[in-house]
Design a protein around this ligand. Structure first.
Ligand code: NAP
Ligand code: ZN
Ligand code: ZN
Length: 349
């Protein structure tokens, strides 16, 4: 067994605190990774606080993991000790269903095995995430990481990156499209970068006026303050797509009104409470709402390679692990520019 230092939540109402546990020894298909950086996703907060239900404790969150391979099992072919490697939101899936066969493992019919807050497929042991010093994962669920990009900025690509890249690709977003992104946080800022890179005209819809300058720096062509009624009225019937990353309860109708005929709102944000969808805001101009969950292994690798080629990384604030509870509070207030990333060396001291 591999003794591992971590930060864990012991319940939905207690702060995260130091925790130790054992990782499994690498099996023949496994890669053992010394974790260097782990991004902090709003899904970590939702799950630590049991806002979606079904949380299991102790919980070691973290699914935006980059690190260095320290050893590999004897049947591993894609990685060797010393390589950079990444782990995203899941570490296994059934491998046999139609979705798994198409590398849509996130939609596995038996349910993907989450990097944390889940149970290992073979042993039923709890999975623990990246707020920890090392992880052991099957090579088929491990991503290759380029050494061209700053590693702390790469970590958030493993969730915030793929979650926004995948639906923009699926929707065929590109030149000639008007795209709005709602919610300028971890996901939102990556959505702006990708939509701009794909050639769309991008508008940032934000509840924070203080983020206007940043939105432009990230590449957005326009910024709209969602509390400003006249601005919002002026944006009616404007967009082909809205990528909705908002993490808290909000009115879908307000955003649907901004779509033009046949427009689509892509929902990736997962507020803990259901949103009301007024039928009238869908039928009047044949609008749709679709959802999207992260991305499969193949597409995640494609996204990482695209980022390495185009120099795309996340804007990060690197923190020591003992600042994690403060970071959660700041994220809930929308005060993150634009992703907290834990320097996992702070767990080794
Ligand atoms: P984040 O960094 O905290 O950003 C969320 C943003 O939402 C905030 O920066 C804020 O942007 C906006 N917001 C927050 N509260 C709001 C409110 N009451 N009204 C309007 N806007 C509000 O979160 P994240 O890590 O990007 O995650 C966003 C959501 O996506 C979470 O629910 C997360 O669980 C979910 N998620 C889904 C997937 C998936 O696969 N579908 C993957 C990862 C995460 P402004 O200040 O600009 O308004
Ligand atoms: Zn996430
Ligand atoms: Zn499957």
């Amino acid at each position: 067994m591999l003794p591992t230092n971590a930060y864990a939540a012991q319940s939905a109402i207690t702060p995260l605190a130091p925790f130790t546990f054992n990782r499994r020894e690498p099996g023949e298909h496994d890669v053992q990774i010394e974790i260097l950086y782990c991004g902090v996703c709003h899904s970590d907060i939702h799950q630590v606080r049991n806002e979606w239900g079904g949380s299991a404790f102790p919980m070691v969150p973290g699914h935006e993991i980059v690190g260095r391979v320290t050893s590999v099992g004897n049947k591993v072919t894609k990685f060797k000790a010393g390589d950079l490697a990444g782990i995203g939101c899941f570490v296994d899936s059934c491998r046999e269903c139609e979705n798994c066969k198409q590398s849509l493992e996130q939609y596995c019919d038996s349910g993907m095995i989450g990097t944390y807050n889940s149970k290992e497929r073979k042993t039923g042991a709890p999975t623990y995430g990246g707020y920890s010093t090392q992880i052991v994962v099957d090579e088929n669920y491990t991503l290759k990481i380029s050494d061209k990009l700053p590693l702390a900025g790469v970590a958030p690509l493993l969730c915030a990156g793929i979650t926004t890249y995948s639906p923009l690709k699926y929707a065929g977003v590109g030149k000639g499209h008007k795209v709005a992104v709602s919610g300028l946080g971890g996901l939102g800022h990556m959505a702006v970068k990708f939509a701009v890179a794909f050639g769309a005209e991008v508008t940032m819809l934000s509840s924070s006026l203080s983020k206007a300058e940043d939105a432009k720096k990230l590449g957005a062509h326009h910024f709209a303050l969602t509390s400003d009624e006249s601005t919002m009225n002026g944006l009616k019937n404007k967009f082909d797509f809205i990528l909705n990353t908002i993490s808290a309860e909000h009115d879908y109708g307000t955003y649907l009104n901004l779509l033009r005929t046949n427009g689509t709102m892509i929902v990736v944000g997962v507020p803990p409470t259901p949103s009301i969808v007024p039928a009238i805001s869908l039928i009047m101009k044949r609008k749709s709402i679709i959802g999207s969950l992260i991305g499969g292994i193949k597409e995640t690798q494609e996204m990482l390679d695209y980022c390495a080629e185009h120099g795309i990384v996340s804007e990060v604030e690197v923190i020591a692990v003992d600042k994690i509870n403060e970071a959660y509070e700041r994220m809930i207030k929308g005060d993150v520019r634009y992703r907290f990333v834990i320097d996992i060396n702070s767990l080794r001291k």
